[in-house]
Design a protein. Structure first.
Length: 94
């Protein structure tokens, strides 16, 4: 999966990730904690869960192939692209 990171200039702490794969349908999906991610079979839910497990995330919004992440104060984006890219990785070497 290809992922492009776009940091918001207008809203500090908000980062948009554009992918080349749809993660949800046409509707908007909002997550304020890992508890909001109810299904392990739903790509958007699974991604939100993984992002919250990483830590430093205030909220996640998924719509189509775009993921918007609001970072907790003082947090960076390290590792987020790798989490998104690995969402559809089914086989790893080893």
């Amino acid at each position: 999966m290809q992922v492009h990171e776009k940091v918001s200039v207008a809203v500090p702490g908000v980062v948009r990730y554009e992918t080349n794969r749809p993660l949800s349908g046409m509707g908007h999906r909002y997550y304020h904690s890992a508890a909001d991610a109810l299904s392990m079979d739903d790509p958007a839910d699974e991604l939100a869960k993984r992002l919250f497990e990483r830590g430093g995330i205030r909220s996640v919004h998924v719509q189509g192939s775009v993921v918007t992440v609001e970072l907790a104060e003082g947090q960076g984006t390290e590792g987020i692209i790798e989490i998104i890219e690995s969402l559809f990785t089914y086989y790893v070497e080893g």
